[in-house]
Design a protein around this ligand. Structure first.
Ligand code: FAD
Ligand code: NAD
Length: 474
């Protein structure tokens, strides 16, 4: 067996691992990255990017259908008045287009690793001890390479949570299968009204499925504050997505075509389903690759790390989904970049003022920093204000006036500690929100910044002005 030696060994080439690799390479740290599937990890191959591509395609199709039905005030129609044309979607081409984006991006990651001198070893790593792994190629039971290292970075990511009474297989699918559909099921039951359930449930509805979402909690997106979620719930209603809240899933019926559920009052029902998307969370991938040999301290299901992503074993580091919540790609990347810098000798800590979270529902939701409720729980006195998109010109021109921007600032010095927004295309506001918190901006800074007209960003400035008591356009 071939033996390789390196300073930094990264296990897993997702956004955490590949960013660590690129930065380590830039800093001249000899680095090997082992990846069993495809560079880019969950995010590029079966997560963020393919889901956003499918969401976009579904939205474009849905808009075309609504224009064809002459319900659009924009005056767009298809065909002639005598012979209207019904838009169709060729799903095979849609999936090929999505796969093309994935291929371009994963190929780009491979090229960036190579350009920065990182050796990519393809195969599955098994940990022997804190300095040694063996790698076996996909599909083989024999290891072909042994790697010895000074620093081991664990970046193996996460897997979808399976319901024991409804395992994946046949009609029961995870997000991975949902992102490469061969056809659009007539009836889709989605279990879980979190990120994946609502992002993909909405996309399938727009592609033509009848969608029923079953959620154990008494509202959708239970992790977000109730006011933010209201416009999303209203839009799901308009789209015709059925919500079954405070409802437990009991399993599939014997014929495999119906899902048995029970509501809070104990009443059972059978939901017809051609496919069932189970999206009840993700769990760190901690089993099956020798991690137990390290006997690391755990934090629940995740590997416990400190504010430098050090584990309980010297020179063993963990980042991204493997190191717990929030399981977001940009957090994994930031941690990966930091660990590479620490290994190269720089002094760094992971102490972001805020990690943005975006939910790509329709309308979208952005949350950065503290909500009024978070501030209240932390005993911080605040000033807060909303600005509705119904009073924003740009929102009217893109037919998206539902929703608002909300700012939360400390009462004592007006320092901004949180932003929340719900509305069409508000994901793009996340950058400005996070920058203002990271830079320690006060309400007066945002209120005094000229925001381009006409943009959704004007609602951000107006929210700050309103918190100061002198909004201009409301
Ligand atoms: P991963 O991306 O999971 O990468 C881990 C890699 O390690 C994998 O490629 C795996 O093959 C490899 N690996 C594991 N074990 C081994 C081993 N023993 N040997 C070799 N290789 C190994 N986050 C967002 O921020 N925004 C979004 O819009 C978003 N959308 C999502 C949509 C979906 C459908 C899903 C499922 C997730 C989404 N996420 C999103 C979450 C995001 O994908 C993850 O937070 C992110 O990918 C975590 O990065 P990571 O590097 O920790 O792990
Ligand atoms: P999630 O935690 O967002 O939502 C899971 C939902 O399932 C929750 O509302 C929960 O109450 C519900 N649930 C749990 N058990 C249930 C049961 N037995 N029956 C009915 N409902 C049940 O999880 P997810 O949607 O699977 O996504 C996993 C993770 O992937 C997210 O937490 C996030 O970190 C990441 N992700 C992020 C994005 C994004 O950033 N836009 C998109 C997709 C995924």
């Amino acid at each position: 067996m071939e033996t390789l030696h390196t300073t930094l060994l990264i296990i897993g080439g997702g956004p955490g691992g590949y960013v660590a690799g690129i930065r380590a390479g830039q800093l001249g740290v000899p680095t090997i990255l082992v990846e069993g599937a495809s560079p880019g990890g969950t995010c590029l191959n079966i997560g963020c990017i393919p889901s956003k591509a499918l969401i976009h395609a579904a939205d474009a199709f849905c808009k075309a259908r609504s224009y064809a039905a002459e319900t659009s005030p924009l005056g767009i129609s298809f065909g002639t008045a005598a012979a209207a044309v019904e838009p169709r979607i060729d799903l095979e081409r849609t999936v090929a287009w999505k796969d093309g984006i994935v291929k371009k991006l994963t190929g780009g990651v491979g090229a960036l690793l190579k350009k920065n001198g990182v050796k990519l070893v393809e195969g599955w790593a098994t940990i022997l001890d804190g300095k040694t792994v063996e790698v076996r190629p996909e599909g083989s039971s024999e290891a072909t390479v042994r790697i010895r290292c000074e620093h081991m970075l664990l970046a193996g990511g996460s897997l979808p949570v399976e319901l024991p009474f409804m395992p994946f297989g046949g009609p029961v699918i995870s997000s991975t299968e949902a992102l490469s559909p061969g056809d659009i099921p007539q009836r889709l039951v989605v279990v879980g009204a979190g990120y994946i359930g609502l992002e993909l449930g909405t996309a399938y509805r727009k592609l033509g499925s009848q969608v029923t979402v079953v959620e154990a909690a008494d509202r959708i997106l239970p992790a977000y504050d109730a006011d933010l979620v209201k416009p999303v719930a209203a839009a799901l209603g308009r789209l015709g997505v059925e919500l079954r809240l405070a409802t437990s899933v009991l399993g599939m019926d014997e014929d495999g075509r119906r899902v048995r559920v029970r509501d809070a009052s104990g009443v059972e029902a059978l939901l017809e389903a051609d496919r069932v998307l189970v999206a009840v969370g993700r769990k760190p991938r901690t089993v099956g690759w020798g991690l137990e040999n390290l006997m690391l301290e755990m934090d629940g299901r995740a590997i416990k790390v400190d504010d430098q992503c050090r584990t309980s074993m010297r020179n063993v580091w963990a980042i991204g989904d493997l190191a717990g919540e929030p399981m977001l790609a940009h957090r994994a990347m930031a941690q990966g970049e930091m660990v590479a810098e620490i290994v190269s000798g720089k002094r760094r800590h992971f102490a972001p003022a805020a990690i943005p979270a975006v939910c790509f529902t329709d309308p979208e939701i952005v949350v950065v920093g503290m909500s009024p409720l978070d501030a209240d729980k932390a005993g911080i006195e605040i000033v807060t204000a909303n600005f509705p998109f119904s009073a924003n010109g740009r929102a009217m021109t893109i037919e998206s006036t539902d929703g608002f921007v909300r700012v939360v600032a400390r009462k004592s010095d007006h320092r901004i500690i949180g932003w929340q927004a719900v509305g069409g295309a508000v994901s793009e506001l996340a950058a400005g929100f996070t920058q203002s918190i990271e830079l320690g901006a006060q309400l007066e800074d945002i209120a005094g910044t000229i925001h381009a007209h006409p943009t959704l960003g004007e609602a951000v400035q107006e929210a700050a002005l309103r918190a100061l008591g002198h909004a201009l356009h409301i």
